[in-house]
Each structure stands twice: as structure tokens, then as C-alpha cells.
Design a protein around this ligand. Structure first.
Ligand code: NAD
Ligand code: TDX
Length: 339
């Protein structure tokens, strides 16, 4: 099989490329990535010489370029990870989120239609369901929870999901959607909570916690997400949505304190800063459907996953130090300078 992986130079897509080449060495993986600020070729360096792998620098909104690549490679499956993915950036400037996340999704699906209804998987997010109250631990997102978004990012992802379901119903495109909770692990771009706190701790810089740090996220080790997507693509029911999450809810402040402890730093580094606008309170996934239908269960416990992740950032300093030494500094000053 030839698999198109869009956004493979990013965090989850990159982990998926490594996972897929390891688990299915007979497949050919073609990674399509625009290499935005979030894309890093160094993430793909270990597989660049693999004869079963090809990297193509391409914008998923570039209709002509996408059609030409489909003509050349004739993919069997498309897995769309490519997106603008950072909520804070979407609050500053929504436009590019609408472009990549909605128009890009439509462009990839149009190409799938044009080349014989290619199997299409959309990597979506639990954020399309909005948030849950902090005082109702009995509530979880299921696949039938109404879409109810909060940020320009989650709205653009929800828009894409609606289009995917429309292409299924209208054109019979063979699609599936996964909606996963927060991922963590290697190659996570240091603008996101866990890698940002690790990098700042290691540099003895303040740790900016939004609001009171009480917001809750449901953390999943990235490889467990990759396994779930692989299962859905191979065995999932066409036209279905699958929630992916590991029942690992934690308040942000507890994550930050854990990282401080693991790195032997002091809690005086914690700095409470102005809250995110429209900040979702709590995400929590009910993964019963993917468990019952596909037998998926998360394999990495948070206590082990966070240790592995911290060790990865210690062992791969050049990967993230290169990132935070460039344009990232301007971003950081703008977002956190006067917060
Ligand atoms: P990321 O920001 O780390 O990576 C995104 C990648 O997409 C980058 O390599 C970037 O260069 C590429 N890209 C952006 N615009 C592009 C375009 N127009 N054409 C081609 N490539 C483009 O994101 P991530 O955290 O790896 O997220 C991957 C996917 O998973 C996204 O769709 C996101 O919505 C979803 N998701 C993420 C999480 C999470 O916790 N990170 C959780 C659930 C779902
Ligand atoms: O500096 C920070 N301080 C802080 O308190 C940052 C960057 C974040 N936070 C808080 C905000 C959130 O409550 O930590 C929590 C996690 O923030 P992010 O890492 O930005 O993730 P989140 O907003 O939850 O979204 C992530 O999960 C769902 C991904 O970025 C999305 O792409 C995915 O869809």
C-alpha cells in the first residue's frame, strides 16, 4: 500500500511516520508537509534514507500540486494530520486556520474523489465537543456529544469534520474520523504545555501557567494515538467517528509540578499569567466505542510516558534548542512578554 501522511513533519504526524514504517515495513509512506513554523525536517531525519519513504514539500491547499502528486503516486490511503494546531495562535490570527484546516481538508478529499474514491482518514480532536464543567467528573465526550466549539482552532477542526461527513454522505467517499485528547511525547513542538514547561525548566525560566492552572486535559502518549489511527484505517467502519483517549485527566498545575519534580527544580519557577481567552475548562474522552469495536486500549501509563518524554527532551536537546533559538523567540515575547 501507498499511504499519504500529511503533516508528517509535525508532532503526531512525525511520530506516525516512524510508527508506520516500523510496524508496516512493506508499505510506502509519502509525507506531504508545507513545513510551516511547526514542521521540522529533523523529526524525519531518521527515515529520510528509507527506500519506503518519500518527503514532499507541499501545501495541502495547493490543488494543482496535490492532484499532480496523486497522479504520480496513486495512494491507497490518505491520513490527514496537517493542520494549524495551536489554540493560542488561532486566537491571535484565525485566517490561516480556516485556510489549512478547512480548505486543505476539502482539497485532499477532492483529490481522493478524483482518483477513484481513495480511503480517507481525518485526524480530528476532542476540542470539537467544546468543554465539560470542572465539577461534573461523571461527564465524558462520546461520539454523539454535540459539536460545540470554543476557539477559532476548534471551530476550524469542526468545520473540517462536517465536510468529511458531507463527502461521505454526498459522494460516498470512504472516510473515518478520529477525535483524540491531548497528546504528549517526543517531537512535541515547544509552544505546547508539556514541552514548553520542560524546556523552560531546563533553562531555569519562569513557567507560565494560565489562570489558576485548574483546567483539566486528558493526556495520551502519542504512540497510543498512532496505534488507534492505524487500527481505524485498517479495521474501522467507513463513515464512523472514533473518540480516542486514555482516561488520564490532570489539572495543568499538577502536570507542571510533576515536571518540576522530575527535573529537580523549584516550584518558585511557577508564574501565574493572564488566562487564555475562552479557555476550555475540561476535556475528557469516553473511549468505549474504539475499545469495544477495535479492541484499542492505551498501553503507556502517564507515569511512564511522562518520564520517557522528559528523558527524550534531555537526550535530544539540539532538536528543541534549535527551534527555540529562532523565530520562536519573537512568538514567545509576543505571547508571554506582557502577560
Ligand atoms: P503540529 O502543529 O505539530 O504539526 C502540524 C504539521 O502540519 C506541521 O508539520 C506543519 O508544517 C504541517 N502543515 C501545516 N499547514 C500545512 C499545510 N497547509 N499543508 C501541509 N502541511 C501543513 O500538529 P500536531 O500536534 O502534530 O497535530 C496533528 C493533527 O492532530 C492536527 O490535525 C491536530 O488538529 C490533531 N490533534 C492534535 C492533538 C495534540 O494534542 N497535539 C490532539 C488531537 C488532535
Ligand atoms: O504556556 C502555557 N500555559 C498554560 O497554562 C500553555 C502553552 C498552555 N497552558 C494551558 C492551556 C491548556 O489548558 O495548558 C493546557 C494545554 O495547552 P496546549 O498545550 O496549548 O493544548 P490545548 O489547548 O489543550 O490543545 C491541544 O490539545 C488538543 C493541542 O494543541 C490541539 O492541537 C489538540 O487538538
Amino acid at each position: 500500500m501507498t499511504i499519504f501522511v500529511t503533516g508528517g513533519a509535525g508532532f503526531i504526524g512525525g511520530n506516525f511516520v516512524h510508527y508506520h514504517l516500523r510496524e508496516h515495513p512493506e508499505d510506502r509512506v509519502v509525507c506531504i508537509d508545507k513545513l510551516t513554523y511547526a514542521g521540522n525536517l529533523s523529526t524525519l531525519a531518521p527515515v529520510m534514507d528509507n527506500p519506503h519513504f518519500r518527503f514532499v514539500k507541499l501545501d495541502i491547499c495547493d490543488r494543482e500540486g496535490v492532484m499532480a502528486l496523486f497522479e504520480e503516486e496513486k495512494p491507497d490511503v490518505v491520513i490527514n494530520f496537517a493542520a494549524e494546531s495551536h489554540v493560542d495562535r488561532s486566537i491571535e490570527d484565525p485566517g490561516i486556520f480556516l485556510q489549512t484546516n478547512i480548505i486543505g481538508t476539502a482539497t485532499m478529499m477532492d483529490a481522493c474523489r478524483a482518483f477513484g474514491n481513495v480511503r480517507y482518514h481525518q485526524v480530528s480532536t476532542d476540542e470539537v465537543y467544546g468543554d465539560l464543567p470542572l465539577d461534573r467528573p461523571d461527564l465524558f465526550f462520546t461520539e454523539t456529544t454535540p459539536i460545540h466549539t470554543s476557539s477559532p482552532y476548534s471551530s476550524s477542526k469542526a468545520g473540517a469534520d462536517l465536510l468529511v461527513m458531507a463527502y461521505y454522505r454526498t459522494y460516498g467517499l470512504p472516510v473515518t474520523i478520529s477525535r483524540c485528547s491531548n497528546n504528549y511525547g517526543p517531537y512535541h513542538f515547544p509552544e505546547k504545555l508539556i514541552p514548553l514547561m520542560i524546556a523552560n525548566c531546563l533553562n531555569n525560566k519562569p513557567l507560565p501557567v494560565y489562570g489558576e492552572g485548574k483546567n483539566v486535559r486528558d493526556w495520551l502518549y502519542v504512540e497510543d494515538h498512532c496505534k488507534a489511527i492505524d487500527l481505524i484505517v485498517r479495521k474501522g467502519t467507513i463513515g464512523e467517528v472514533y473518540n480516542v483517549g486514555g482516561h488520564n485527566e490532570m489539572a495543568n498545575i499538577d502536570i507542571v509540578k510533576l515536571i518540576i519534580k522530575e527535573l529537580g527544580k523549584d516550584e518558585s519557577l511557577i508564574t501565574y499569567v493572564t488566562d487564555r481567552k475562552g479557555h476550555d475548562l475540561r476535556y475528557a474522552i469516553d473511549p468505549t466505542k474504539i475499545h469495544n469495536e477495535l479492541g484499542w486500549l492505551p498501553e503507556t501509563k502517564f507515569a511512564d510516558g511522562i518520564k520517557k518524554t522528559i528523558q527524550w527532551y534531555l537526550d535530544n536537546r539540539s532538536w528543541w534548542e534549535e527551534i527555540i533559538s529562532g523565530e520562536y523567540q519573537n512568538y514567545y515575547d509576543k505571547m508571554y512578554g506582557n502577560r
